[in-house]
Ligand binder design. Structure first.
Ligand SMILES: [Zn+2]
Length: 401
């Protein structure tokens, strides 16, 4: 087991990161022993991870952060950093390492006020003597001001600071920033690679794994969720029944409400599972186990956790709705494939009857128009349009006829 194991179908990227992490480790070790620093190094202070949604750009950056913070004793014996188990790896992967700061967009933009503390921190030395890592999950959402703040920091980095920027594509990041980054592009993993991971890592039955991998089209997290969570399978089945229900205005409005409610419910469930436990754990760690009262000066830490949980809830809701829209897009793509006479690449074999009915009852042009309506809805949600409004406009456009 290493930190690279979760990067599915990204062998090239893993190899580059592994080599950089080894050189980074050699650098830290030499500096700590007051030895001359190695001259040639594959390590650099700014990285840009791009790739389609679900390919794992954030996971790749996080795995790299873990490898850079790895303190496994095996390293001294010639082992590679990134064991996945030591305190450094573990806390970096979990997101609680003191020298790994994660920035994620709350709304449609990362504001400069949200970047200020992080940029300041990037100019300081790491607490544990290894690396000060700033991981920006949605670098495409940096606006002009916050991007400029990042640019200044990337231009004149502190010696032990590493910036890890993640974005869908290289065009999403200012040219001045990306020219200072080493660029790694992740590819959509194949259905086989995703299914194989589900079987190997999660112990899923091969048949279920292949169906989940195919249905989610290379989106690793979604495939795992679909294969392991019965509620996710139910939600997907309900989504795939929607197209046939959309015959009149009332039905479209109801369907929109159901989609939005299901996403909110999903976020609520996940929050209930995780928030309470995390809060208790943190309180215990802060020493409030006995009296129940928090020690002085720890309110800020609790507030940080609450903020993170709130962000996660918003994000889960957004992701869940986006997943439903992805399922719908896949469904209409299948309809189009049938209309064009191809049965080979059908992703939703489990909804064949519905696919056939719609394929026969409509034209390829109207199917294309519907796929565009879903894309328009996703774009509107991306711009923070009220979800119900955007989804209603979509279900109305999906109406049969
Ligand atoms: Zn480790």
């Amino acid at each position: 087991m290493t930190v690279w194991d979760d990067l599915v179908g990204q062998e090239k990227v893993s190899a580059v990161l592994d080599a950089a992490a080894r050189d980074a480790d050699a650098l830290v070790t030499a500096a700590a022993a007051d030895e001359p620093l190695p001259q040639a190094s594959k390590m650099t202070h700014a990285w840009l991870f791009t790739g389609p949604p679900g390919a794992g750009r954030n996971q790749a950056a996080r795995a790299f952060a873990a490898a850079l913070q790895c303190v496994s004793p095996d390293r001294a014996l010639g082992g590679a950093p990134g064991c996945g188990f030591c305190d450094g790896c573990h806390t970096a992967l979990l997101g609680t390492h003191a020298d790994v700061t994660t920035v994620a967009a709350v709304g449609s933009e990362i504001l400069v006020k949200d970047m200020r503390d992080t940029v300041r921190k990037s100019f300081t030395s790491p607490a544990n003597g290894r690396w000060q890592i700033i991981l920006v999950e949605d670098a495409e959402r940096l606006n002009e001001k916050s991007a400029n703040a990042v640019l200044k920091a990337v231009e004149e980095p502190a010696p032990r600071t590493v910036w890890l920027l993640c974005a869908p594509s290289i065009e999403d990041v200012l040219p001045t920033i990306r020219s200072r980054c080493r660029h790694l592009n992740l590819l959509t993993p194949s259905v086989d690679a995703v299914a194989d991971m589900l079987v190997r890592r999660d112990g899923i039955e091969p048949e279920v794994a292949v169906a989940a991998a195919r249905a989610t089209q290379g989106h690793v997290d979604r495939a795992r969720r679909l294969a392991t969570d019965p509620a996710a399978r139910e939600r997907r089945a309900a989504v795939l029944k929607l197209p046939l229900r959309l015959d009149e205005v009332g039905a479209c409005l109801r369907a929109a409400q159901e989609l939005v409610d299901a996403a909110a419910e999903d976020a609520k469930q996940l929050a209930e599972e995780m928030d309470g436990k995390e809060t208790e754990e943190l309180k215990t760690a802060l020493g409030a186990a006995q009296g129940g009262r928090l020690p002085r000066g720890t309110a800020g830490v609790m507030k940080d956790l609450e903020d993170m949980q709130k962000r996660r809830r918003t994000r889960t809701q957004r992701d869940s709705l986006d997943m439903a829209l992805g399922d719908l897009t896949g469904f209409y793509r299948d309809v189009l494939a049938l209309q064009l006479g191809s049965r080979v690449a059908i992703a939703n074999g489990d909804a064949e009857d519905a696919l056939d009915r719609l394929a026969r009852g409509s034209s390829p042009e109207s199917t294309l128009r519907r796929i565009e309506a879903i894309a328009a809805c996703r774009e509107a949600l991306d711009r923070n349009v009220a979800p119900l409004l955007a989804v209603e406009a979509m279900t109305m456009a999906l109406r049969a006829g």
